[in-house]
Design a protein around this ligand. Structure first.
Ligand SMILES: C[S@@+](CC[C@H](N)C(=O)[O-])C[C@H]1O[C@@H](n2cnc3c(N)ncnc32)[C@H](O)[C@@H]1O
Length: 183
């Protein structure tokens, strides 16, 4: 995957609608994480809303996209490694949009466990993962999840919004995405 090119090409896109929705339902600001920040639009949207954002990516161009913006701390971390260290603190919002599927199933599930533990009560988690019919999954570039696995992983959390979609836009997409809130 050419993440440098991706980070350049998506630098000026708008935040994802689910991120905008999550910001609007979030009861407070505080600390936020953008896991696999890429172009940086979601980090910037959270920052504009008043969050102090850790933008995490292994691609230097992604970090350059948010460098020097007050309130965004770019962090170079390879999350496909075992036991990757997430920044310390209690997060009020976490965005993991189209990034976890590229870290390997075991690492991604560990990151989700750690995120769950570190999130504050009423904190919101925005996710986008891939289903089995996605071309990235078929080409073995990413792993897939089922709706049941997501619900099991976040048992006890409120599923504020959940969407499963199939579409063809350049490639075949099979996306499972949504907003979860810690009770
Ligand atoms: C498909 S992009 C999604 C970016 C952004 N969240 C979005 O929705 O536009 C995946 C991002 O994950 C990052 N990434 C891929 N492998 C990574 C790894 N091992 N550790 C940290 N970030 C990684 C890429 O550099 C890229 O920015």
């Amino acid at each position: 995957m050419e993440w440098k090119k991706f980070a350049v090409e998506t630098k000026n896109r708008n935040p994802w609608p689910l991120v905008t929705e999550a910001i609007s339902i979030s009861r407070c600001t505080g600390l936020a994480l953008d896991i696999g920040s890429g172009g940086g639009a979601d980090s910037r949207a959270m920052n504009d809303a008043g969050f102090l954002v850790y933008a995490i990516d292994s691609e230097p161009q992604a970090l350059r996209n948010v460098k020097g913006l007050g309130g965004i701390m770019p962090l170079k971390i390879d999350l496909a490694k075992e036991k990757s260290e997430l920044p310390k603190g209690k997060y009020n919002m976490v965005v993991a949009y189209n990034s976890l599927p590229f870290f390997g199933r075991k690492n991604a599930f560990e990151i989700m466990s750690e995120t769950k533990m570190r999130m504050s009560k009423r904190g919101v988690f925005v996710f986008s993962l891939f289903g089995k019919d996605d071309d990235f999954v078929k080409r073995k570039k990413a792993f897939s999840v089922t709706k049941e696995e997501i619900y099991r992983k976040f048992k006890g959390w409120e599923m504020v919004h959940f969407i499963e979609e199939h579409k063809t836009e350049g490639k075949k997409w099979h996306i499972l995405k949504g907003i979860l809130r810690k009770r």
